[in-house]
Design a protein around this ligand. Structure first.
Ligand code: THU
Length: 143
C-alpha cells in the first residue's frame, strides 16, 4: 500500500489548476490522484466554445493516468482557483469509479471519504458481467 501524502497531492492539483483553460466559466479546476503503483497523475478543466464539450479536470486526469501507464487510483483530490477542495461532479464520480481501486479515498468537503461513499450502489463493470453484458476481456490492461 502506497503512502498517501494529501498535502503533496493537493499541491499537484493546484499546479494542474494553473494550466486550466476556462475562459467561459472563469472557474479553474485542478485534480490530482495517486495511483496504486505510486505515481501522481493530474489534470485541469479544458472548456470549449460549445459549452457541453468541456472537459472536467477529472477527464484530463484519467487521460494522464493512461498516458503514464494506466493502473488504478487509490487517492484523489480536486481544488478550485482558491485551493478550496471541490467535490467531483456526478459524471466525474462515475468516471473515477471506473478507474479506482476498491476503497479509493477522496478528499472531500466533509472529510476523507471512499469512492463507494460518494457514489453509492455504483453501476460498474460487474453489473455488465452479471447481467450478460460485455464487461471487456482486457480489463486491467486497457489495451
Ligand atoms: N468542473 C470540473 O473540472 N470538475 C468538476 O468535477 C466540476 C466542474 C469544471 C467544468 C467547468 O469547466 C467548470 O468547472 C465550471 O463548471
Amino acid at each position: 500500500m502506497v503512502e498517501i501524502k494529501w498535502d503533496s497531492l493537493r499541491a499537484a492539483a493546484s499546479e494542474a489548476m494553473l494550466k486550466s483553460y476556462s475562459p467561459y466559466s472563469n472557474f479553474a479546476v485542478g485534480a490530482a490522484a495517486l495511483t496504486a503503483d505510486g505515481r501522481v497523475v493530474a489534470g485541469c478543466n479544458i472548456e470549449n466554445a460549445s459549452y457541453g464539450v468541456t472537459l472536467c479536470a477529472e477527464c484530463s486526469l484519467v487521460s494522464d493516468l493512461f498516458r503514464t501507464g494506466g493502473g488504478t487510483l487509490v487517492a484523489f483530490t480536486c481544488v478550485d482557483k482558491s485551493n478550496n477542495i471541490l467535490m467531483p461532479c456526478g459524471r466525474c464520480r462515475q468516471l473515477l469509479f471506473e478507474h479506482s481501486a476498491p476503497g479509493m479515498l477522496l478528499e472531500t468537503i466533509s472529510g476523507i471519504r471512499t469512492i463507494e461513499q460518494v457514489l453509492p450502489d455504483a453501476f460498474g463493470r460487474s453489473d455488465l458481467a452479471q447481467r450478460g453484458g460485455n464487461a471487456g476481456e482486457d480489463l486491467g490492461e486497457g489495451l
